[in-house]
Design a protein around this ligand. Sequence first.
Ligand SMILES: Nc1ncnc2c1ncn2[C@@H]1O[C@H](COP(=O)(O)OP(=O)(O)OP(=O)(O)O)[C@@H](O)[C@H]1O
Ligand SMILES: [Mg+2]
Length: 225
Amino acid sequence: MNNFIELSNLSKAFVTQRRINVLKKINYKFKKGKIYSLIGPSGSGKSTLLNILSLIDRPTSGSILIENNQIDFENSKKNDLIRARKIGIIYQQDNLLSDFTAIENIYLASLAAGNKKDFAIKKSKNLLRRVGLTGRSNHYPSQLSGGEKQRISIARALINNPQIILADEPTGSLDLDTAKSVFEILKKQINPNRIIIFATHNRFFADKSDCLLEIVNGNINTIDA
Ligand SMILES: Nc1ncnc2c1ncn2[C@@H]1O[C@H](COP(=O)(O)OP(=O)(O)OP(=O)(O)O)[C@@H](O)[C@H]1O
Ligand SMILES: [Mg+2]
C-alpha cells in the first residue's frame, strides 16, 4: 500500500506539422522509499514524462494520482502549490537564477512555498552544509563550477522537504568523477516517505537505482525491481 504516484493510461502526443505519440497509455505505480531510474534513447519521452510528473506539462489523456488524489490539470494554481510543496525538480543544466547568489537561489524556493525568510535562510544554510558548499554561499552561479551548481540545484530541490524528487539527467553535463559525487548526494536523499525519479543516459548510474525503467515505444518496461 505504499503506492504513491499512479499513472493510468497516461498518453502524451505533440502535434506540430504531424502528430507524434510520445507516451502511449502508460500504466505504472511508483512506490515510496525507492529511487527509480528512467532510461531510453534520445527522443523516447523521458523529459516528457518528467515534465508531466512535475505538473509542468499535461497529458493528452489518462490520469495521474498522487497519494490517491487525482491531479486536475485544469487547476494550475493548485498544481503550482502541489509542485512547490511536494516536488523538487533538478535539471541537466543548472537552472539557477543568475542574478541571485547560491543561498538566495535555495531560499527563494522556500519563500515560494509560503515560508518566512528567517526560516528559509536557516534551512538554506543547513542544506549548503549538507551538499558541502558552505563556503560558496555568496557566490553567483557564474562563480560556481558545473558540479557546484548541480549541488546547489539539489539543495534548492530539497528545501521544502519534497516527497517527490524529479531529476532530468542531473549528472549529464558533468565529468565522471563530479557526476559520481553529485549522484551520491542525490541518492542519499532517499527516505521511506520519498520517491526519487531520475532520467539518465548513463547505465552506470541507472544500475544504482532500486528500479530501472526503460521507455520503449511510448511505454514503460521494468528492467529490474
Ligand atoms: N514541445 C514539444 N513540441 C513538439 N514535440 C516535442 C515537444 N517536446 C518534445 N517533443 C518530442 O517528443 C519526443 C520526446 O522528447 P523528450 O524530450 O521527452 O525525449 P527524451 O527521452 O527526454 O530525450 P533526450 O534523451 O534527448 O533528453 C521527441 O521526439 C521530441 O521531438
Ligand atoms: Mg530529455
